[in-house]
Design a protein around this ligand. Structure first.
Ligand code: NAI
Length: 387
């Protein structure tokens, strides 16, 4: 079977009123690599089928449940090539497991699973089955994030000494989960979200971004979690101190109650001979400062960028690209990886350095360690006494 054609995408979740499903639909469409042809979009089967029809999906592929999708697609000659999972965290594992066991490739939302046990099992299943499992760590889709990764790896700032990474949001600064907000409701329910509130929801993005750019491997962490909104069952603010192999240090802050911030993902990396800074609200720029030098703005689209950045760039410099294009880069990369596997060749640069099942598992293990650390009250709290 040739995979030089458009790839066929199925989707579970992401129905009427959902958040991330729409982003997947925009992103998968952008380069013409994927075509959405089937879906079980909603926890309510009738609503899901109606939504599928509204998206132009044919009646026979508008499914009520993911089990129906698997049964309906499995033996079709034109079956879907991969299925995107855009549902709340606790459902990722059973849905992904069923899909992989039925022979489908999977594109799964983060965090990979709601529990470490499920994460370990899913990663093992992905590895042993040989199925492709991509994880949508959005921020690793940006061209300037790739450029930073290449520059750090080739030694532009020397060995990394420390990093600061943050993901502040404000949308849960009040108890919106008690006022009918669907997204906040499952995110604050430990059974549906997992043990880590803000740390699982957005801390995992920050953790992945920091590791992706620096290549550093986390050795140990010490965390302080807080729940500021009364009645909330999970953390909505996290501070994490991180020690990386080789001695580098990191600080991660994420918050769902940081008023004035909306998706202000920021990474600062300090090395022996320079530093980089990337801020997702100015995603087309990378700030570089060499030791004893001037602050430099490296802009997306410039001639001297890495190949990794160039293949992820669509428009000339000055025409802004952003979130949807970054997400589309992940989809184009997943498509390239799947095509390469079928053709028995190495993937091109777009299909490399992608977030896969093991990266997803590392994220889940990170959340688990953060919550363990915070519950154990591990840092030595010392009261400063001035006299
Ligand atoms: P949401 O609550 O807006 O949407 C969830 C959708 O899944 C709804 O349409 C619901 O009906 C459907 N659903 C639930 N159970 C289902 C089942 N068993 N079968 C079929 N459909 C089912 O949630 P949201 O905010 O879109 O988050 C979904 C996932 O995406 C989460 O894992 C979240 O962490 C992740 N996410 C990732 C982001 C990123 O930047 N990569 C950003 C936002 C969310």
């Amino acid at each position: 079977m040739s995979f030089d054609r458009q790839l066929r995408l199925g989707m579970v979740g992401g129905g009427e009123g959902a958040y991330i499903g729409n982003i997947h639909r925009f992103a998968s469409r952008l380069d013409g690599v994927w075509q959405l042809v089937a879906g079980a979009f909603d926890v309510d089967p009738a609503r899901g089928r109606a939504f599928a029809l509204s998206q132009g999906i044919t009646e026979d592929r508008s499914y009520g449940t993911y089990q129906e999708l698997i049964a309906g697609e499995k033996d079709r000659a034109d079956r879907v090539d991969a299925v995107a999972i855009c549902t709340p965290n606790f459902t990722h594992y059973p849905i992904a497991k069923a899909l992989i066991e039925a022979g489908f490739d999977v594109i799964c939302e983060k965090p990979l699973t709601a529990t470490l046990e499920d994460g370990v099992a899913l990663e093992a299943l992905a590895r042993e089955s040989g199925r492709f499992v991509g994880v949508t760590y959005t921020y690793s889709g940006y061209p300037m994030v790739h450029d930073a990764r290449v520059r750090v790896a080739r030694g532009d700032i020397g060995a990394v000494r420390s990093l600061q990474v943050e993901y502040p949001l404000e949308w849960m600064a009040t108890a919106i989960e008690q006022q009918g907000n669907a997204q906040a409701a499952w995110r604050t329910d430990p059974k549906k979200n997992g043990r880590g509130g803000s740390i699982g929801d957005i801390g995992t993005h920050a953790y992945h971004l920091a590791g992706f750019v620096t290549g550093l491997k986390l050795q140990a962490l010490s965390a302080d979690l807080a729940t500021f909104v009364q009645g909330r069952a999970l953390d909505d603010n996290a501070h994490v101190m991180m020690r990386y192999e080789g001695g580098a240090r990191g600080l991660l802050w994420c918050s769902q109650v940081a008023i004035g911030n909306s998706n202000g993902v920021r990474l600062r990396v300090f090395g022996e001979t320079g530093s980089f800074q990337w801020f997702q609200e100015q995603p087309n720029e990378l700030v570089y400062t060499p030791l004893n030098g001037r602050v430099q703005l490296i802009k997306r689209g410039a001639d001297d960028l890495s190949e990794d950045a160039k293949v992820r760039t669509r428009t000339p410099p000055g025409h802004p690209e952003g979130y949807l294009e970054a997400f589309a880069n992940l989809y184009a990369g997943f498509g390239e990886a799947i095509r390469a596997r079928h053709a028995g060749r190495d993937p091109g640069p777009l299909g490399q350095n992608l977030p896969l099942a093991y990266d997803g598992l590392k994220g889940v293990a990170f959340v688990e360690a953060v919550v363990d650390s915070a519950e154990g009250d591990l840092p030595a709290w010392v009261r400063p006494v001035a006299r």
